[in-house]
Design a binder for this molecule. Structure first.
Ligand SMILES: Cc1cc2nc3c(=O)[nH]c(=O)nc-3n(C[C@H](O)[C@H](O)[C@H](O)COP(=O)(O)OP(=O)(O)OC[C@H]3O[C@@H](n4cnc5c(N)ncnc54)[C@H](O)[C@@H]3O)c2cc1C
Length: 468
């Protein structure tokens, strides 16, 4: 009832709302009523919307980009229409994943881990060639087994952050210390390549590394059983989801403010066609829940004190054309002087050959914020130095160009070990369902779409469906 009254008031007041979007000022807002309003149409937001629709709930998805998909980046070669995924690459072969893809009629295929490109290694900071032996710190199979044995101690890490009290001290160790303590050196470099975007992984609390590289990922990696879209176009999943969701999705739309009442939520957005008000029984927030990213929310003291504790690392994916690094060569960054060969960040992980002439993916991370311009400049400088020192043929057609660059920031959200020890995640979990608001996404599970969908399915959706 309160919401019905609000909708009339909101209609009248929206015209006067300061949207920050000049085109929508003074326009009358459209109003829609939905069971759930979802903020963010990336991995978790789209999954939730599709599943809620399957469960006969009405949804509205507000996404600031002009497409659904979040961290998915599919490069389409303008000359050949050939596609290549350089954002999200693969998923695990689990029922949640295969059911979702089957429902959206997107065929899956195995995603082989071994690239046909010739592997080469270099110390990027010194632009010097490095032998693959620089990584020979033990038996990889034994390393996997030892790692899985450690994970087996923490079965509760599989779903969410339902941590015991006290939190085991091993989970709070910097990952480098954990590796040393349990003799996991053989697998440390491999994990650093899977867990890209964490900044300096060896300094991160072990909890986050184990969450990001869980047993299901370790086993999929070891058995080479990841899956990807059969047509090598991961955007297809999200385009098909958009078809199913239709006018329930508001693309290119910014949330201006959200007000939560005891029986409903009111979301004011600016869309390309003008202001839009969404009245919903419940709110599902899927954007990174750090305070700065949810400035549109009418946060209270409890939310502010929790969401204000998040720190972040930073991650970019790019495609560089004409770097001079030869076709068929993938060049990985190893620092032979650093523990386990893991290079310090900010820096590049790899120049990976894409399978299209002249194109390499370049993945970059930083423990602190950097501008896209600074990232580009560093990549170009390192590419030029490597091409020269490794004796590759320098680019002939001028300087290399970025044909793709995406900043996935803020990326990995973490809190201090002291906060984890003091029960941060118990209180964070307590936000679920509070003030008609539910939450999902990477900060609630890990940077792992398959696991996020599983968490959403098991933990969030049952509560949400029961509440509206
Ligand atoms: C380069 C890269 C490669 C990866 N590869 C893999 C992989 O191979 N396999 C895998 O499982 N995982 C992979 N991941 C991790 C995976 O993508 C993430 O864990 C997952 O996307 C997180 O889902 P999410 O819903 O939390 O966030 P996102 O998918 O980022 O979704 C958040 C959405 O919210 C939108 N948004 C943000 N702010 C607002 C706002 N104010 N208003 C409206 N919308 C907003 C964003 O545009 C975005 O679409 C990769 C990540 C990156 C960056």
């Amino acid at each position: 009832m309160l919401c019905d009254i609000l909708s009339i008031c909101a209609l009248a007041s929206a015209a006067a709302a300061t949207t920050g979007d000049h085109s929508s000022r003074g326009q009358k807002a459209d109003v829609v009523k939905r069971d759930v309003c979802i903020i963010g149409g990336g991995s978790s937001g789209t999954y939730s919307a599709v599943r809620l629709q399957q469960m006969n709930k009405t949804v509205a998805v507000v996404e600031r980009n002009n497409r659904l998909g979040g961290h998915v980046n599919t490069y389409v070669n303008p000359a050949t229409n050939q596609t290549f995924d350089y954002g999200v690459i693969f998923w695990k072969n689990t029922t949640v994943v295969t059911d979702y893809f089957a429902y959206l009629d997107v065929p899956l295929a195995r995603s082989p881990l071994v690239s046909p490109a010739i592997p080469a290694y270099a110390d990027f900071a010194n632009a010097s060639r490095v032998s693959a032996d620089a990584l020979a710190t033990g038996n990889l199979t034994a390393g996997f087994e030892a790692y899985l044995a450690q994970l087996a101690k923490y079965p509760y890490l599989t779903t969410g952050f339902d941590l015991p009290d006290p939190v085991p001290e091993d989970l709070l160790l910097p990952f480098g210390d954990f590796v040393r303590k349990y003799d996991l050196g053989a697998i440390a470099f491999t994990i650093s390549l899977y867990n890209q975007g964490m900044g300096n992984i060896l300094a991160q609390p072990t909890l986050y590394v184990l969450k990001y590289f869980p047993a299901s990922t370790a086993i999929s990696a070891f058995t080479d059983s990841f899956v990807t879209t059969a047509r090598h176009n991961n955007q297809e999943l999200y385009d098909k989801a958009l078809e199913k969701l239709g006018s329930s999705v508001f693309l290119d739309s910014n949330v201006i403010r959200i007000k939560r009442y005891h029986d409903c939520v009111e979301v004011l957005t600016s869309t390309p066609t003008g202001p839009q008000i969404i009245h919903a029984s419940a709110l599902l927030v899927t954007v990174p829940p750090e305070l700065a990213s949810v400035g549109f929310l009418d946060t209270d003291g409890v939310e502010q004190s929790l969401l204000g504790q998040f720190n972040s690392s930073y991650y970019w994916d790019t495609i560089l054309e004409g770097s001079g690094i030869p076709d068929n060569v993938s060049l990985t960054n190893i620092d032979p002087q650093a523990p386990y060969g893991v290079p310090a960040m900010p820096g590049i992980y790899i120049f990976g050959y894409v399978g299209m002439p002249g194109l390499h993916t370049v993945y970059y991370s930083s423990p602190h914020p950097l501008s896209d311009a600074a990232v580009k400049a560093d990549i170009l400088a390192q590419a030029a130095a490597l091409v020269q020192s490794l004796g590759y043929k320098p680019p002939v057609n001028g300087s290399p160009t970025f044909v793709g660059l995406n900043a996935h920031n803020p990326f990995e959200l973490t809190v201090s070990t002291e906060a984890i020890r003091k029960g941060f995640y118990g209180r964070f979990g307590g936000l679920q369902g509070r003030r008609r608001t539910w939450w999902t996404g990477a900060a609630w599970q890990a940077q792992d779409s398959s696991a996020i969908w599983d968490f959403t399915e098991r933990v969030v959706l049952p509560q949400l469906v029961a509440a509206c």
